[in-house]
Ligand binder design. Structure first.
Ligand SMILES: Cc1cc2nc3c(=O)[nH]c(=O)nc-3n(C[C@H](O)[C@H](O)[C@H](O)COP(=O)(O)O)c2cc1C
Length: 284
């Protein structure tokens, strides 16, 4: 079995791509991954499309862009979802699944929710009226050398830094930090959340462990920031990514719980409840 935590540890945002094209087998594999039926823990069904810039007319190509952030990428994965409750969490969850599969194939990716021309990419995906295109990612072989733009972005958001455990994971009172020993068989699942990508690396995920060894997931929202893209609440995408990482690693460590929505009403100041990892069943 492929170790999910290892893949998660390997992932890093790649903004500069090699011009070496993917062979047909690999491209077909990516098409297959994008075409798989997706369903998030909140029952929304995002859809994904592989876009090859080499197959687009010049006129259209000129309109697509990432404001100079991404260099050399020929392929993009586009992620769309119908508007609905928790659709952004489900988009984050499903798209991160797709991204981790691409990484397993030896490819690089980079979540983009802000720095791309949304309208032009949306036209390529033939969005219906009630669909959103929250994010895209380039996909391909990483270049041997990075560009200065990439270095500047990484520096400005502190991309290599992650918050320590004590700022992210708590005991049932929501205040006392949870240490690694107390996390028991969930230690790696929590570490997988901590290593996850998040918009401008704000790391808004918080988890609280209750007395029954169940976990409750909260968003520490930056309200202004989360409204910058209108309907596309970028930090809610982060929460879906966290759910994906937690679930993949928890399952591999033999934990059988599932994500459900059952707010334990802990009244934690400044935290928005998202979902709980509970013993009995699934949200579905
Ligand atoms: C939802 C989401 C949206 C993001 N949007 C952008 C973006 O628009 N442009 C960009 O350069 N990076 C974007 N990123 C990448 C983050 O900056 C990056 O994940 C973070 O700095 C941590 O670095 P790492 O992915 O290398 O671990 C986004 C990440 C996430 C999760």
């Amino acid at each position: 079995m492929i170790n999910a935590l290892e893949i998660i540890q390997k992932r890093t945002s790649v903004r500069t791509y090699s011009l070496r094209p993917l062979n047909d087998r690999l491209k077909a594999e990516l098409e297959k991954i994008c075409g798989e039926n997706q369903s998030g823990p909140f029952q929304n069904s995002p859809r994904f499309q592989l876009l090859d810039l080499g197959e687009i007319g010049r006129e259209e190509l000129r309109k697509l862009g990432t404001y100079g952030v991404i260099k050399g990428a020929q392929l993009y994965i586009l992620g769309a979802v119908r508007e609905g409750k928790y659709c952004l969490e489900d988009l984050g969850y499903s798209m991160e699944n797709v991204i981790l599969k691409a990484i397993r194939l030896g490819l690089g990716t980079c979540w983009l929710a802000g720095t791309f021309k949304r309208g032009s990419f949306a036209r390529q995906m033939h969005l219906s009226k009630d669909e959103l295109l929250p994010a895209i990612t380039p996909v391909g072989y990483p270049a041997e050398h990075n560009t200065t733009v990439n270095g500047l972005i990484r520096l400005s958001v502190g991309a290599n830094r992650r918050k320590p455990w004590e700022e992210l994971f708590f005991n049932a009172d929501g205040k006392t930090p949870l240490d690694k020993e107390q996390a028991g068989s969930y230690r790696d699942a929590l570490e997988a959340v901590r290593l996850g990508p998040s918009a401008t690396n704000r790391q808004p995920w918080r988890l609280v462990k209750d007395q029954k060894d169940q976990y409750h997931l909260y968003l520490k929202e930056n309200r202004l920031y989360n409204k910058l893209l209108g309907k596309i609440r970028i930090q809610n995408i982060d929460m879906g990514i966290a759910m994906c990482h937690f679930e993949l690693v928890a399952r591999q460590r033999g934990n059988k719980e599932c994500w459900q929505q059952a707010d334990p009403n802990l009244h934690l100041h400044g935290l928005k409840y998202i979902a709980s990892w509970l013993h009995n069943g699934y949200i579905k």
